[in-house]
Ligand binder design. Structure first.
Ligand code: FAD
Length: 256
């Protein structure tokens, strides 16, 4: 396959195809460069797959595959695992249990090959997971955020990104004491990253970095202080995120 086909998409929605593509890329491509996984990295992998098993709002076969991989990881008793064994567990499929084996970016398509894609889909995945943890009544406000923190720290291919994210995590992630605050914490840190990257060379000119959600997406999220300074209406932002990243609101177009 040479030129990728552009897939017209709705810029105001989240696509399951991006989430599944993020799973495929992280589990089969990003992790594959770690031939032996042990120590902190093994803790990170277990935490990541555990939150995917619990909160990924997937199609039944994808959920079954995540459960199978999590069960397999739980059964491993040694202090290290070989990626080749993990990979076999990932690819043990049946008619009702599989992880799609390709990337198909939709909402995360870039106007050029090197823009967007995986990093976009990882943000999307973790926002979705924080919202799912809230909606499904998880008891642990730290669980998804710490899983993300450890995954990024051990595996995320963009190393400057990992350093920046860890700095933000060290500043304030431990103070997150409710599932609502967890959703808002990730939203506000993502906006910090957006602010830092706005206008940089890495920015896709067709997808400029903005403070998100912009007023056209969520008018009620924005307000002005008496001084005229912009302020976020946090309750509205939370309500918006709970809908935007909810399982029921995901679009299933373009799935393989
Ligand atoms: P992204 O920022 O990837 O966002 C994806 C989608 O999420 C957007 O299209 C929008 O629909 C939605 N969204 C945007 N903002 C928010 C928000 N605040 N809350 C909820 N949803 C939102 N790149 C660097 O160059 N330097 C870095 O230090 C860096 N650190 C990163 C750290 C992490 C953990 C990750 C996952 C990525 C990082 N990146 C970094 C990549 C960068 O943040 C973008 O992912 C990439 O530039 C692609 O941008 P994008 O336009 O697709 O939008």
């Amino acid at each position: 396959e040479t030129e990728e086909q552009w897939r017209p998409f709705n810029k105001t929605r989240v696509y399951m195809s991006d989430l599944e593509s993020a799973l495929h890329y992280s589990l089969r491509v990003e992790l594959a460069s770690h031939l032996v996984i042990s120590g902190e990295a093994l803790i990170a992998l277990r935490g990541y797959v555990s939150v995917l098993d619990k909160y990924f709002p997937g199609r039944p076969p994808v959920k079954n595959a995540l459960k199978a991989v999590n069960d397999w990881l739980q059964k491993q008793e040694g202090t290290s695992i070989n990626y080749s064994d993990f990979s076999k567990a990932l690819d043990t499929t049946s008619a009702d249990s599989y992880l799609p084996k390709a990337v198909r970016w939709v909402g995360c398509q870039g106007s050029k090959q090197h823009y967007r894609g995986y990093p976009c889909a990882m943000w999307t995945l973790f926002h979705t997971l924080t919202v799912q943890a809230l909606e499904t009544g998880s008891k642990d406000p730290q669980e998804v955020l710490q899983a993300m923190r450890r995954y990024v720290s051990s595996f995320f291919g963009c190393r400057p990104c990992a350093v920046h994210f860890e700095t933000m995590a060290q500043e304030s992630m431990d103070n997150v004491n409710s599932l609502r605050v967890a959703v808002l914490w990730l939203w506000s840190r993502h906006n910090r990253v957006n602010a830092r990257l706005a206008g940089e060379l890495s920015e896709d000119p067709h997808f400029p970095k903005v403070q998100w959600p912009p007023p056209d997406l969520c008018p009620a999220c924005h307000s002005l202080k008496p001084s005229g300074e912009h302020t976020w209406v946090q309750d509205e932002v939370l309500a918006f995120l709970r809908n935007y990243y909810s399982a029921q609101h995901l679009l299933h177009d373009f799935l393989s």
